[in-house]
Design a protein around this ligand. Structure first.
Ligand code: SAT
Ligand code: MN
Length: 585
């Protein structure tokens, strides 16, 4: 017996029989265990050591070239009824799915060690946290899970105290894209993932558990599992507001979460709670509280430098696992957007040739503990989480969406979230740069029918009158020549200030059909080389464009048929009518 939880014990035995693993290894989560795994991976070539002088305890992993991002077309939600998964998910019948994937798992760990990773998503003492156990044959996954979660003995003892756990079974299989599936069985709190060793496909605590399974669980338990960063903004008077912000993958969540206040903003501080996932619960006082279920960052490397994200740039100089970056002649990691050094090898370990492609894969990643970030907030470990003042949605949009606007109320805010759309990035396989509708930035991550999810969101208005205000931002507006209109990065603090002032009712707003916008004078642009005309443009609501946008949203919502909450349609109709009236006027 390796655990007093008999359910866990018998599942582990059953998996060992199915996969015919050579050895079963229970991870205790210690530093010594991590170091030993690293040694083993250095010996077998899974990792290589980076320059220990410039980057102590940093390692490079090169993934299979056909395994470099999440695979949404191979990701399934397996519910008894197809309608429960919804048009937003790929669906498979649970019995058929088990059969299909168990065939792949049969015997797949022959000659391999099977690692058992008990993990806790969220602070160990928090009632909002949830546990899971991932079984994997990948030591790279174990090392990443060690950084990304609270894992090992501490998690096992929480599981043994009761409360259940999510089962995650993972094998890299043959790393064959033709034999790859990421399957979720929400009713069984079970995940089965085969054939990929990459990020969200393989670190099952992240997107699979903390978003897809958790969103499903959250619905029945009355909370929300969201694709949101959590950030604290402290003003010079020492007052801190916490915001939770949702953006699609690779749209700058990590940068916003660890924003460095510009020189013009003396006395302002940013506190990072999380960069990717927020679990939101209503506290006893009716305020929404957030915890970050994760303990590490799995962040996009390209573009990271001392100017774009100084905190990230510094925290990844030690104790970091790099995946798919290039290297310099003296074995330092290298990526596009790093303004120093020259790559000699690309992410596949081939001699770097600028004509053949980038040195670092566009979705190359760093894995690093949250505590290494200079702006880390120790409240990330607080069992009660932090109170949220504002929920902020955003996307990457060349046009249409203004720099910032506020929803008129909670129900309208749900429409604003449902209307999130963004240009695609390299975080998922497929074409890059096309506008895709991505409601709440959860399109790839909601574990059930979006129609039911929106109904769940709307229901919060009946449960509290102290809900956060809801906003939408867009840092990515461009002019006709493709130049960004807004400087972004640290300067985004200027927009966060307006958001907080709105929450505190310290500033007015201009009412438009799409929501409440700042008067140009209320966005502080002092010290910015930005033309007032450009700011006007950033805050312009183009009614014709918005009518087209609302038609696209309406078409997307229509896919949910009768299941769509009537309230969401009502909100949409109000915006459409307002736009029409203003057009006629
Ligand atoms: O690969 S992950 O899903 O972990 C990263 C992302 O897409 O946000
Ligand atoms: Mn993400």
């Amino acid at each position: 017996m390796s655990t007093s939880n008999s359910e866990l014990e018998s599942w582990v035995n059953e998996v060992a029989r199915l996969t015919q693993a050579d050895k079963v290894f229970w991870c205790n989560g210690s530093e010594a265990e991590y170091r030993q795994l690293v040694q083993q991976m250095l010996a077998d070539g899974t990792l290589s050591e980076l320059n220990p002088e410039t980057h102590p305890n940093c390692y490079l992993h090169r993934s299979a070239p056909t395994d470099v991002a999440r695979v949404e077309h191979l990701t399934f939600i397996c519910t008894e009824k197809e309608a429960d998964a919804g048009p937003n998910n790929n669906w498979m019948d649970p019995a058929a799915a088990h059969q299909k994937i168990d065939q792949l798992f049969a015997g797949c760990m022959k000659g391999r060690t099977m690692y058992v990773i008990p993990y806790c998503m969220g602070p160990l003492e928090s009632p909002y946290s949830r546990c899971g156990v991932e079984i994997t044959d990948s030591p790279y996954v174990v090392a990443n899970m060690k950084i990304m979660t609270r894992m090992g003995d501490v998690a096992l003892s929480r599981i043994e105290k009761g409360g259940g756990f999510v089962r995650g079974l993972h094998s890299i299989g043959e790393l064959d894209p033709e034999r790859r599936f990421i399957m979720h069985f929400p009713a069984e709190l079970t995940i089965k993932s085969y054939g990929s060793g990459y990020g969200g496909n393989a670190l099952l605590g992240k997107k699979c558990h903390a978003l897809r399974i958790a969103s499903y669980q959250a619905r029945s338990e009355g909370w929300l599992a969201e694709h949101m960063l959590i950030v604290g903004v402290e003003n010079p008077a020492g007052e801190t507001h916490y915001l939770a912000c949702a953006f699609p993958s690779a749209c700058g969540k990590t940068n916003l979460a660890m924003l460095v206040p510009p020189k013009s903003h003396k006395g302002w501080k940013i506190w990072t709670l999380g960069d990717d996932i927020a679990w939101l619960q209503l506290g006893e006082d009716g305020r929404m509280r957030a915890i970050n279920p994760e303990a590490g960052y799995f962040g996009v490397v390209p573009g990271t430098n001392a100017k774009t994200n100084r905190n990230a740039y510094e925290m990844i100089r030690h104790d970091t696992i790099y995946t798919n970056v290039g290297v310099t002649a003296d074995n330092q990691p290298w990526w596009e957007g790093l303004d120093e050094g020259t790559p000699v090898l690309d992410w596949q370990g081939k001699p770097y040739d600028a004509k053949a492609g980038p040195a670092a894969h566009p979705n190359s990643r760093f894995t690093v503990a949250t505590s290494q970030n200079a702006s880390y907030s120790s409240l990330a470990d607080a069992p009660e989480g932090v109170p949220i003042s504002a929920l902020v949605f955003g996307g990457r949009r060349r046009e249409v969406a203004p720099l910032v606007y506020q929803a008129k109320d909670w129900a309208h805010g749900v429409l604003v979230g449902a209307g999130v759309a963004s240009e695609t990035t390299a975080a998922a396989s497929g074409e890059v740069g096309v506008v895709r509708r991505d409601p709440m930035a959860m399109k790839p991550f909601c574990g059930y029918n979006f129609a039911d999810y929106w109904a769940h969101w709307l229901s919060f208005a009946q449960r509290s009158d102290r809900l956060p205000e809801i906003f939408h931002v867009n840092w990515f507006r461009q002019d006709k020549d493709g130049n960004f209109l807004w400087p972004g990065f640290g300067e985004n603090l200027r927009v966060l200030r307006w958001i907080i002032d709105r929450c505190e009712k310290r500033v007015g707003a201009v009412t438009t059909p799409i929501g409440l916008l700042p008067a140009a004078a209320d966005i502080d642009i002092e010290g910015l080389a930005i033309d007032p005309a450009v700011l006007q443009e950033l805050l312009r609501v183009d009614h014709a464009q918005w009518s087209v946008e609302m038609a696209a949203l309406s078409e997307d919502l229509a896919r949910y048929g009768d299941r769509l909450p009537a309230e969401l349609n009502r909100q949409l109709q109000m915006v459409v009518e307002d736009l029409g009236e203003k057009n006629a006027a």
